[in-house]
Design a protein around this ligand. Structure first.
Ligand SMILES: C[S@@+](CC[C@H](N)C(=O)[O-])C[C@H]1O[C@@H](n2cnc3c(N)ncnc32)[C@H](O)[C@@H]1O
Length: 394
Protein backbone atom coordinates (compact mmCIF):
# COMPACT_ATOMS: atom_id res chain seq x y z
CA UNK A 1 0.00 0.00 0.00
CA UNK A 2 2.79 2.45 0.92
CA UNK A 3 4.40 2.17 -2.53
CA UNK A 4 1.03 2.33 -4.30
CA UNK A 5 0.12 5.54 -2.45
CA UNK A 6 3.52 7.19 -3.11
CA UNK A 7 4.04 9.49 -6.13
CA UNK A 8 6.12 6.73 -7.79
CA UNK A 9 3.32 4.22 -7.15
CA UNK A 10 0.66 6.56 -8.52
CA UNK A 11 2.73 7.10 -11.68
CA UNK A 12 3.35 3.35 -12.02
CA UNK A 13 -0.38 2.62 -11.68
CA UNK A 14 -1.21 5.21 -14.36
CA UNK A 15 1.36 3.61 -16.69
CA UNK A 16 0.12 0.09 -15.90
CA UNK A 17 -3.41 1.20 -16.75
CA UNK A 18 -2.18 1.83 -20.28
CA UNK A 19 -1.74 -1.92 -20.77
CA UNK A 20 -4.65 -3.87 -22.23
CA UNK A 21 -4.32 -6.77 -19.75
CA UNK A 22 -6.89 -8.83 -21.64
CA UNK A 23 -6.79 -12.64 -21.48
CA UNK A 24 -4.87 -12.74 -24.74
CA UNK A 25 -2.34 -9.95 -23.94
CA UNK A 26 -1.90 -10.34 -20.19
CA UNK A 27 1.18 -12.63 -20.23
CA UNK A 28 3.04 -10.44 -22.69
CA UNK A 29 1.91 -7.24 -20.89
CA UNK A 30 3.15 -8.57 -17.55
CA UNK A 31 6.48 -9.65 -19.07
CA UNK A 32 7.00 -6.15 -20.46
CA UNK A 33 5.83 -4.40 -17.30
CA UNK A 34 8.12 -6.56 -15.15
CA UNK A 35 11.13 -5.01 -16.90
CA UNK A 36 9.82 -1.56 -15.81
CA UNK A 37 8.48 -2.29 -12.32
CA UNK A 38 10.32 -5.42 -11.12
CA UNK A 39 8.74 -7.05 -8.07
CA UNK A 40 5.93 -4.44 -7.92
CA UNK A 41 4.38 -5.77 -11.12
CA UNK A 42 2.00 -8.24 -9.40
CA UNK A 43 0.45 -5.65 -7.10
CA UNK A 44 0.23 -3.09 -9.91
CA UNK A 45 -1.54 -5.52 -12.23
CA UNK A 46 -3.90 -6.65 -9.47
CA UNK A 47 -4.79 -3.08 -8.55
CA UNK A 48 -5.45 -2.04 -12.14
CA UNK A 49 -7.53 -5.16 -12.80
CA UNK A 50 -9.61 -4.65 -9.64
CA UNK A 51 -10.21 -0.99 -10.44
CA UNK A 52 -11.49 -1.96 -13.88
CA UNK A 53 -13.66 -4.68 -12.37
CA UNK A 54 -15.10 -2.18 -9.87
CA UNK A 55 -16.10 0.39 -12.49
CA UNK A 56 -19.68 -0.81 -13.04
CA UNK A 57 -20.47 -1.70 -9.43
CA UNK A 58 -18.76 1.25 -7.79
CA UNK A 59 -18.51 4.08 -10.32
CA UNK A 60 -16.13 6.88 -9.35
CA UNK A 61 -13.63 4.61 -7.60
CA UNK A 62 -10.88 4.84 -10.22
CA UNK A 63 -8.30 5.62 -7.52
CA UNK A 64 -9.48 3.19 -4.84
CA UNK A 65 -7.70 0.17 -3.46
CA UNK A 66 -9.48 -3.17 -3.20
CA UNK A 67 -8.93 -6.80 -2.46
CA UNK A 68 -10.83 -9.19 -4.68
CA UNK A 69 -12.94 -10.48 -1.76
CA UNK A 70 -13.67 -6.99 -0.46
CA UNK A 71 -14.81 -5.86 -3.90
CA UNK A 72 -17.10 -8.87 -4.21
CA UNK A 73 -18.57 -8.21 -0.77
CA UNK A 74 -19.04 -4.47 -1.32
CA UNK A 75 -22.49 -2.96 -1.64
CA UNK A 76 -23.18 -1.62 -5.16
CA UNK A 77 -23.10 2.17 -5.31
CA UNK A 78 -26.80 2.50 -6.22
CA UNK A 79 -27.86 0.40 -3.21
CA UNK A 80 -25.47 2.12 -0.78
CA UNK A 81 -26.68 5.54 -1.96
CA UNK A 82 -30.29 4.48 -1.48
CA UNK A 83 -29.53 3.40 2.11
CA UNK A 84 -27.49 6.53 2.81
CA UNK A 85 -30.46 8.69 1.87
CA UNK A 86 -32.35 7.21 4.81
CA UNK A 87 -29.47 8.18 7.12
CA UNK A 88 -29.42 11.81 6.02
CA UNK A 89 -28.09 14.28 8.65
CA UNK A 90 -27.42 11.56 11.22
CA UNK A 91 -24.09 10.58 12.76
CA UNK A 92 -23.40 7.22 11.14
CA UNK A 93 -21.03 4.47 12.35
CA UNK A 94 -20.46 1.65 9.86
CA UNK A 95 -19.14 -1.10 12.16
CA UNK A 96 -18.13 -3.47 9.32
CA UNK A 97 -16.86 -0.85 6.87
CA UNK A 98 -14.40 -3.02 4.90
CA UNK A 99 -12.90 -0.94 2.05
CA UNK A 100 -15.57 1.74 2.50
CA UNK A 101 -18.26 1.38 -0.18
CA UNK A 102 -21.06 2.24 2.26
CA UNK A 103 -18.93 4.85 4.04
CA UNK A 104 -18.42 6.71 0.79
CA UNK A 105 -22.17 6.86 0.11
CA UNK A 106 -22.85 7.99 3.70
CA UNK A 107 -20.29 10.80 3.44
CA UNK A 108 -22.61 12.38 0.90
CA UNK A 109 -25.63 12.56 3.23
CA UNK A 110 -24.72 12.00 6.89
CA UNK A 111 -23.59 14.62 9.41
CA UNK A 112 -20.52 12.62 10.44
CA UNK A 113 -19.27 9.24 9.26
CA UNK A 114 -17.19 6.75 11.24
CA UNK A 115 -16.04 3.40 9.87
CA UNK A 116 -14.56 0.44 11.71
CA UNK A 117 -13.62 -3.14 10.90
CA UNK A 118 -11.38 -5.84 12.32
CA UNK A 119 -9.38 -6.37 9.14
CA UNK A 120 -6.30 -4.08 9.19
CA UNK A 121 -5.65 -4.27 5.42
CA UNK A 122 -9.22 -3.27 4.56
CA UNK A 123 -8.97 -0.42 7.04
CA UNK A 124 -5.84 0.93 5.34
CA UNK A 125 -7.75 0.84 2.07
CA UNK A 126 -10.85 2.47 3.57
CA UNK A 127 -8.72 5.32 4.93
CA UNK A 128 -7.33 5.94 1.46
CA UNK A 129 -10.65 5.42 -0.34
CA UNK A 130 -12.87 7.58 1.87
CA UNK A 131 -10.87 10.48 3.27
CA UNK A 132 -14.09 12.11 4.48
CA UNK A 133 -14.69 9.40 7.09
CA UNK A 134 -12.96 8.66 10.40
CA UNK A 135 -11.71 5.08 10.21
CA UNK A 136 -10.57 2.94 13.15
CA UNK A 137 -10.03 -0.68 14.11
CA UNK A 138 -12.73 -2.14 16.36
CA UNK A 139 -14.71 -5.30 16.96
CA UNK A 140 -18.29 -4.65 15.84
CA UNK A 141 -19.57 -6.61 18.84
CA UNK A 142 -18.04 -4.10 21.27
CA UNK A 143 -19.83 -0.76 20.76
CA UNK A 144 -17.34 2.11 20.71
CA UNK A 145 -19.51 5.09 19.70
CA UNK A 146 -22.57 6.62 21.35
CA UNK A 147 -25.64 8.27 19.80
CA UNK A 148 -24.72 7.12 16.30
CA UNK A 149 -26.85 5.19 13.85
CA UNK A 150 -25.09 1.84 13.55
CA UNK A 151 -24.77 0.38 10.09
CA UNK A 152 -23.60 -3.24 9.72
CA UNK A 153 -23.05 -5.66 6.89
CA UNK A 154 -21.94 -8.99 8.35
CA UNK A 155 -20.02 -11.25 5.97
CA UNK A 156 -20.49 -14.89 5.07
CA UNK A 157 -17.68 -16.93 6.58
CA UNK A 158 -14.81 -17.12 4.14
CA UNK A 159 -14.73 -20.48 2.37
CA UNK A 160 -18.10 -21.25 3.91
CA UNK A 161 -21.13 -22.53 2.05
CA UNK A 162 -23.91 -20.14 1.16
CA UNK A 163 -25.99 -20.26 4.28
CA UNK A 164 -29.10 -18.51 5.45
CA UNK A 165 -28.23 -19.15 9.09
CA UNK A 166 -27.89 -15.68 10.71
CA UNK A 167 -25.60 -17.12 13.41
CA UNK A 168 -23.12 -18.27 10.74
CA UNK A 169 -22.35 -14.70 9.65
CA UNK A 170 -19.27 -12.74 10.74
CA UNK A 171 -20.03 -11.10 13.09
CA UNK A 172 -23.02 -13.36 13.92
CA UNK A 173 -26.28 -11.50 13.32
CA UNK A 174 -27.97 -12.39 16.64
CA UNK A 175 -24.87 -11.15 18.56
CA UNK A 176 -24.82 -7.95 16.54
CA UNK A 177 -28.48 -7.27 17.25
CA UNK A 178 -27.91 -7.97 20.96
CA UNK A 179 -24.85 -5.67 21.11
CA UNK A 180 -26.89 -2.72 19.77
CA UNK A 181 -30.26 -3.43 21.41
CA UNK A 182 -32.18 -0.16 21.85
CA UNK A 183 -29.93 1.68 19.36
CA UNK A 184 -30.79 2.86 15.86
CA UNK A 185 -29.44 0.01 13.74
CA UNK A 186 -29.52 -0.87 10.04
CA UNK A 187 -28.17 -4.29 9.06
CA UNK A 188 -27.66 -5.46 5.51
CA UNK A 189 -28.33 -9.20 5.09
CA UNK A 190 -28.91 -11.78 2.39
CA UNK A 191 -32.41 -11.56 0.91
CA UNK A 192 -32.97 -15.28 1.53
CA UNK A 193 -32.78 -14.90 5.31
CA UNK A 194 -35.79 -16.21 7.23
CA UNK A 195 -36.98 -12.85 8.63
CA UNK A 196 -40.01 -14.30 10.39
CA UNK A 197 -37.79 -16.69 12.38
CA UNK A 198 -35.52 -13.81 13.30
CA UNK A 199 -38.42 -12.08 15.08
CA UNK A 200 -37.22 -8.62 13.95
CA UNK A 201 -39.32 -5.86 15.53
CA UNK A 202 -38.60 -3.14 12.97
CA UNK A 203 -38.76 -2.95 9.19
CA UNK A 204 -37.37 -5.46 6.69
CA UNK A 205 -36.56 -3.84 3.36
CA UNK A 206 -35.86 -6.03 0.34
CA UNK A 207 -33.87 -4.23 -2.35
CA UNK A 208 -33.49 -5.07 -6.03
CA UNK A 209 -31.23 -3.41 -8.57
CA UNK A 210 -31.91 -3.63 -12.31
CA UNK A 211 -34.36 -6.48 -11.73
CA UNK A 212 -32.12 -8.66 -9.52
CA UNK A 213 -32.81 -8.98 -5.79
CA UNK A 214 -29.61 -7.79 -4.07
CA UNK A 215 -30.18 -7.68 -0.34
CA UNK A 216 -32.46 -7.23 2.60
CA UNK A 217 -31.89 -4.51 5.17
CA UNK A 218 -33.18 -4.70 8.72
CA UNK A 219 -34.12 -1.26 10.07
CA UNK A 220 -34.65 -0.94 13.82
CA UNK A 221 -37.98 0.58 14.93
CA UNK A 222 -36.49 4.10 15.31
CA UNK A 223 -35.42 4.07 11.66
CA UNK A 224 -38.47 2.30 10.21
CA UNK A 225 -41.24 3.99 8.29
CA UNK A 226 -44.48 4.62 10.23
CA UNK A 227 -46.45 1.33 10.47
CA UNK A 228 -44.01 -0.30 8.07
CA UNK A 229 -42.68 -3.80 8.76
CA UNK A 230 -42.00 -4.77 5.14
CA UNK A 231 -40.76 -2.63 2.26
CA UNK A 232 -39.69 -3.45 -1.28
CA UNK A 233 -37.35 -0.96 -2.94
CA UNK A 234 -36.85 -1.33 -6.65
CA UNK A 235 -33.76 0.51 -7.90
CA UNK A 236 -32.23 0.93 -11.34
CA UNK A 237 -28.71 1.98 -12.29
CA UNK A 238 -30.17 4.98 -14.12
CA UNK A 239 -31.08 6.38 -10.68
CA UNK A 240 -34.80 5.63 -10.81
CA UNK A 241 -36.36 4.03 -7.73
CA UNK A 242 -39.74 3.24 -6.21
CA UNK A 243 -40.91 1.52 -3.07
CA UNK A 244 -44.01 -0.23 -1.80
CA UNK A 245 -44.72 -1.05 1.86
CA UNK A 246 -47.10 -3.09 3.96
CA UNK A 247 -48.55 0.14 5.38
CA UNK A 248 -50.43 0.43 2.08
CA UNK A 249 -53.80 -1.06 1.25
CA UNK A 250 -53.78 -4.69 0.02
CA UNK A 251 -57.45 -5.07 -0.93
CA UNK A 252 -57.69 -6.54 -4.42
CA UNK A 253 -60.62 -8.04 -6.29
CA UNK A 254 -61.00 -11.75 -7.13
CA UNK A 255 -61.54 -11.86 -10.87
CA UNK A 256 -60.81 -14.00 -13.84
CA UNK A 257 -57.55 -13.25 -15.69
CA UNK A 258 -57.30 -9.88 -17.39
CA UNK A 259 -55.64 -8.98 -20.69
CA UNK A 260 -52.15 -8.97 -19.22
CA UNK A 261 -50.07 -11.13 -16.89
CA UNK A 262 -47.60 -9.18 -14.80
CA UNK A 263 -44.48 -10.64 -13.21
CA UNK A 264 -43.78 -8.38 -10.21
CA UNK A 265 -40.22 -7.40 -9.34
CA UNK A 266 -38.40 -9.95 -7.17
CA UNK A 267 -38.11 -7.46 -4.30
CA UNK A 268 -41.90 -7.14 -4.15
CA UNK A 269 -42.29 -10.91 -4.17
CA UNK A 270 -39.58 -11.57 -1.54
CA UNK A 271 -40.95 -8.85 0.72
CA UNK A 272 -44.39 -10.49 0.57
CA UNK A 273 -45.96 -7.35 -0.93
CA UNK A 274 -47.52 -8.74 -4.09
CA UNK A 275 -51.06 -7.81 -2.98
CA UNK A 276 -50.00 -4.30 -1.91
CA UNK A 277 -48.33 -3.74 -5.26
CA UNK A 278 -51.40 -5.11 -7.06
CA UNK A 279 -53.75 -2.84 -5.08
CA UNK A 280 -51.64 0.20 -5.92
CA UNK A 281 -51.83 -0.54 -9.66
CA UNK A 282 -55.39 -1.90 -9.93
CA UNK A 283 -54.20 -5.48 -10.56
CA UNK A 284 -55.34 -8.78 -9.08
CA UNK A 285 -53.89 -12.27 -8.60
CA UNK A 286 -54.27 -15.25 -10.92
CA UNK A 287 -54.38 -17.38 -7.77
CA UNK A 288 -53.99 -16.31 -4.11
CA UNK A 289 -50.91 -18.54 -3.66
CA UNK A 290 -49.13 -17.54 -6.86
CA UNK A 291 -47.09 -14.35 -7.26
CA UNK A 292 -48.17 -13.67 -10.88
CA UNK A 293 -50.56 -10.77 -11.22
CA UNK A 294 -53.05 -9.95 -13.90
CA UNK A 295 -54.92 -6.88 -15.09
CA UNK A 296 -55.90 -4.81 -18.08
CA UNK A 297 -52.77 -2.66 -18.13
CA UNK A 298 -49.10 -2.95 -17.16
CA UNK A 299 -47.59 -0.63 -14.52
CA UNK A 300 -44.71 1.44 -15.87
CA UNK A 301 -41.40 -0.42 -15.69
CA UNK A 302 -43.04 -3.77 -14.92
CA UNK A 303 -42.72 -6.88 -17.01
CA UNK A 304 -46.04 -7.67 -18.68
CA UNK A 305 -47.24 -10.35 -21.07
CA UNK A 306 -50.25 -9.74 -23.31
CA UNK A 307 -52.41 -12.86 -23.20
CA UNK A 308 -53.15 -14.29 -26.65
CA UNK A 309 -54.59 -17.61 -25.53
CA UNK A 310 -54.97 -19.86 -22.54
CA UNK A 311 -55.01 -23.66 -22.41
CA UNK A 312 -55.31 -26.28 -19.70
CA UNK A 313 -51.68 -27.27 -19.34
CA UNK A 314 -50.34 -30.42 -20.92
CA UNK A 315 -47.31 -30.68 -23.17
CA UNK A 316 -49.54 -31.73 -26.05
CA UNK A 317 -52.08 -28.91 -25.67
CA UNK A 318 -49.31 -26.32 -25.30
CA UNK A 319 -47.45 -27.62 -28.38
CA UNK A 320 -50.64 -27.47 -30.47
CA UNK A 321 -51.36 -23.94 -29.27
CA UNK A 322 -47.83 -22.74 -30.04
CA UNK A 323 -47.93 -24.31 -33.51
CA UNK A 324 -51.26 -22.55 -34.13
CA UNK A 325 -49.53 -19.26 -33.18
CA UNK A 326 -46.57 -19.96 -35.50
CA UNK A 327 -44.19 -19.88 -32.54
CA UNK A 328 -40.50 -20.62 -33.18
CA UNK A 329 -38.91 -19.32 -29.97
CA UNK A 330 -40.63 -19.55 -26.61
CA UNK A 331 -39.61 -17.84 -23.41
CA UNK A 332 -41.06 -20.09 -20.72
CA UNK A 333 -41.94 -18.78 -17.26
CA UNK A 334 -43.08 -21.20 -14.60
CA UNK A 335 -44.50 -20.75 -11.11
CA UNK A 336 -46.32 -23.18 -8.88
CA UNK A 337 -46.13 -26.23 -11.16
CA UNK A 338 -43.43 -28.85 -11.52
CA UNK A 339 -42.25 -28.03 -15.03
CA UNK A 340 -38.63 -27.50 -16.00
CA UNK A 341 -38.49 -25.05 -18.93
CA UNK A 342 -35.08 -26.37 -20.04
CA UNK A 343 -36.54 -29.88 -20.37
CA UNK A 344 -39.85 -28.74 -21.84
CA UNK A 345 -38.51 -26.40 -24.55
CA UNK A 346 -36.87 -29.00 -26.86
CA UNK A 347 -39.86 -31.30 -26.46
CA UNK A 348 -42.13 -28.61 -27.91
CA UNK A 349 -40.21 -28.90 -31.23
CA UNK A 350 -41.05 -25.33 -32.25
CA UNK A 351 -40.52 -24.47 -35.91
CA UNK A 352 -42.53 -21.29 -36.46
CA UNK A 353 -41.38 -17.71 -36.99
CA UNK A 354 -42.69 -15.81 -33.93
CA UNK A 355 -41.07 -15.26 -30.54
CA UNK A 356 -43.65 -15.69 -27.80
CA UNK A 357 -43.75 -16.03 -24.03
CA UNK A 358 -45.46 -18.86 -22.22
CA UNK A 359 -46.54 -18.49 -18.60
CA UNK A 360 -47.21 -21.86 -17.00
CA UNK A 361 -48.81 -21.78 -13.57
CA UNK A 362 -51.82 -23.04 -11.69
CA UNK A 363 -55.15 -21.55 -10.86
CA UNK A 364 -56.61 -23.50 -7.97
CA UNK A 365 -55.52 -27.09 -8.63
CA UNK A 366 -55.47 -26.80 -12.41
CA UNK A 367 -52.28 -26.28 -14.40
CA UNK A 368 -52.71 -23.50 -16.96
CA UNK A 369 -50.53 -22.24 -19.79
CA UNK A 370 -50.95 -18.70 -21.10
CA UNK A 371 -49.53 -18.04 -24.56
CA UNK A 372 -48.47 -14.40 -24.56
CA UNK A 373 -46.73 -11.65 -26.41
CA UNK A 374 -43.99 -10.15 -24.25
CA UNK A 375 -43.90 -6.39 -23.72
CA UNK A 376 -41.17 -4.59 -25.63
CA UNK A 377 -37.94 -4.40 -23.61
CA UNK A 378 -38.44 -1.29 -21.48
CA UNK A 379 -36.08 -1.88 -18.60
CA UNK A 380 -32.80 -3.74 -17.94
CA UNK A 381 -34.63 -6.52 -16.09
CA UNK A 382 -36.12 -7.77 -19.36
CA UNK A 383 -32.75 -8.61 -20.87
CA UNK A 384 -31.01 -11.93 -20.34
CA UNK A 385 -32.07 -15.56 -20.24
CA UNK A 386 -35.16 -17.13 -21.54
CA UNK A 387 -35.79 -19.56 -18.73
CA UNK A 388 -37.51 -18.59 -15.52
CA UNK A 389 -38.61 -21.19 -13.03
CA UNK A 390 -39.73 -20.25 -9.57
CA UNK A 391 -41.55 -21.68 -6.62
CA UNK A 392 -45.16 -20.60 -6.26
CA UNK A 393 -44.64 -17.74 -3.87
CA UNK A 394 -41.30 -16.66 -5.17
C1 LIG B 1 -19.51 -7.87 3.84
S1 LIG B 1 -18.14 -7.01 4.41
C2 LIG B 1 -18.73 -5.37 4.51
C3 LIG B 1 -18.75 -4.71 3.18
C4 LIG B 1 -19.05 -3.23 3.23
N1 LIG B 1 -20.37 -2.97 3.70
C5 LIG B 1 -18.90 -2.62 1.85
O1 LIG B 1 -19.91 -2.30 1.21
O2 LIG B 1 -17.75 -2.52 1.38
C6 LIG B 1 -18.06 -7.50 6.09
C7 LIG B 1 -16.90 -6.92 6.87
O3 LIG B 1 -17.09 -7.29 8.24
C8 LIG B 1 -15.81 -7.38 8.83
N2 LIG B 1 -15.95 -8.09 10.11
C9 LIG B 1 -16.18 -9.40 10.35
N3 LIG B 1 -16.28 -9.63 11.69
C10 LIG B 1 -16.14 -8.42 12.28
C11 LIG B 1 -16.16 -7.99 13.63
N4 LIG B 1 -16.37 -8.84 14.63
N5 LIG B 1 -15.97 -6.69 13.89
C12 LIG B 1 -15.75 -5.79 12.87
N6 LIG B 1 -15.73 -6.15 11.58
C13 LIG B 1 -15.92 -7.44 11.29
C14 LIG B 1 -14.98 -8.08 7.77
O4 LIG B 1 -13.59 -7.84 7.98
C15 LIG B 1 -15.53 -7.44 6.48
O5 LIG B 1 -14.73 -6.37 6.07
Amino acid sequence: MKFLQSPDGTAALAEMDGYTLSTSTRLADIGQARRRFGSYVAVLVETVMLRRKAAAKLPGTEEWFFTDDALQQSTPRAVATHRAQRLRDRDVHDVTCSIGAELDAAVGTAATVIGSDIDPVRLLMARHNVPGATVLRADALVPCTRDTVVLADPARRSGGRRTHDPAALEPPLPDLIEAYRGRDLAVKCAPGLDFDRLGWAGEVEVVSLDGGVREACLWSPGLSGADVTRRASVLASDGSAWTVTDAEDDEIPERSPGRWIIDPDGAVVRAGLVRHYAARHGLWQLDPRIAYLTGDSVPEGARGFRVLDRVKYSEKSLRQELVRHDCGIAEILVRGVDVDPAVLRPRLKLRGSRSLSVVITRIGRAGVAFVCEPTPVKSPRVSGGRTVRRSASE
